[in-house]
Design a binder for this molecule. Structure first.
Ligand SMILES: C[S@@+](CC[C@H](N)C(=O)[O-])C[C@H]1O[C@@H](n2cnc3c(N)ncnc32)[C@H](O)[C@@H]1O
Length: 293
């Protein structure tokens, strides 16, 4: 049913207010990292804030689904003035911490009509979106995945189901945003690489192609197996589900930090190398709110 006068799917006033950028967003706010946060945690948290600012200036960000939300990034969405937020994390302790942040009146970041929830679920399970619909029936302006995105690349079936359900859960014009480890850059460092920030290891026949894995250790921590996120494959699947890449928002985390005039720490070569391995992605769901005359 189209609105007779405007030719839009929704009436023009509804559509304009629904898809408006958020005038109350506190652009430039950076979530303070916890006192014990490592370099990598601090810099990723900062880049999340920078990416949220970049999208918030241009697109609607009022309904947000934050996958793998553990940490303090929820505070950035609060300061962004996002009215509806649903976080998903598989770690009950991380969920508890976010619930406390949401409830804590001392933060004074949540105004009366803002609704924030967090649930304990695997972000990549095939029935997640069904469960989410029961809690949050509307579609989202933004779906974010700043961590663990590689888990969607465990198999072709998982990645297709995941990207398909993300696309389905977005409003037309909605955004799917996140960070991932760029396997091509990691592979170009050699099959055994180590500096003071991170180390990578590749099996003899492994390649930076879909279906392969490599091992990553951050700041001396244990090695974790990482599925290769193949950019070509990601774009191919995304296009199939009506998502278009937003090229200007896809950059390395080093690009984010170098453009941030308020970031005063001088990075050493090892830190710069780490920030080159991490990359942002932004997809936008194609919007056809105008109908043919
Ligand atoms: C390092 S934290 C930080 C994430 C946060 N969005 C940020 O950038 O500050 C990563 C979170 O992802 C969560 N996580 C990892 N795999 C997950 C999965 N399959 N489903 C849901 N949460 C997951 C972890 O429990 C952890 O809380």
């Amino acid at each position: 049913m189209f609105d007779g006068s405007s030719g839009l799917f929704y009436c023009k006033n509804c559509w304009d207010s629904f898809s408006a950028v958020n005038q109350n967003a506190e652009i430039g706010y950076h979530v303070p990292p916890p006192p014990d946060a490592t370099f990598t945690r601090q810099v990723i948290t900062r880049c999340v804030s920078l990416l949220v600012d970049a999208i918030s200036l241009k697109w609607a960000t009022n309904d947000v689904l934050d996958l793998c939300c553990g940490g303090s990034v929820v505070r950035k969405w609060m300061k962004n003035g996002t009215m509806r937020y649903l976080g998903v994390d598989c770690n009950p302790e991380a969920v508890k911490k976010i619930e406390n942040l949401i409830k804590n009146p001392a933060t004074k970041e949540l105004s009366g009509d803002m609704r924030y929830n967090v649930i304990c679920e695997d972000a990549f399970s095939p029935d997640l979106m069904q469960k989410i619909t029961e809690i949050h029936p509307r579609q989202f302006h933004v779906i974010s995945c700043f961590s663990a995105f590689h888990r969607a690349f465990a198999s072709e079936e998982i990645v297709r189901t995941f990207i398909g359900s993300v696309a389905n859960a977005l409003v037309p014009g909605g955004l799917f945003v996140g960070f991932f480890v760029d396997a091509n850059v990691a592979f170009s460092n050699g099959t055994e690489f180590s500096n003071t920030v991170f180390s990578t290891q590749w099996d003899k026949d492994a390649k930076p192609r879909f279906g392969n894995t490599f091992k990553l250790s951050i700041e001396g921590g244990p090695f974790h197996s990482i599925n290769v996120v193949s950019v070509d494959y990601l774009i191919d699947v995304a296009v199939n589900f009506n998502l278009s890449i937003v090229p200007e928002a896809c950059q390395t985390l080093l690009d984010f930090i170098e453009k941030d005039k308020n970031f005063t720490k001088v990075l050493n070569d090892d830190e710069r190398e780490y920030l080159c391995v991490l990359r942002s992605f932004v997809f936008r769901k194609n919007s056809e709110e105008k109908v043919a005359k």
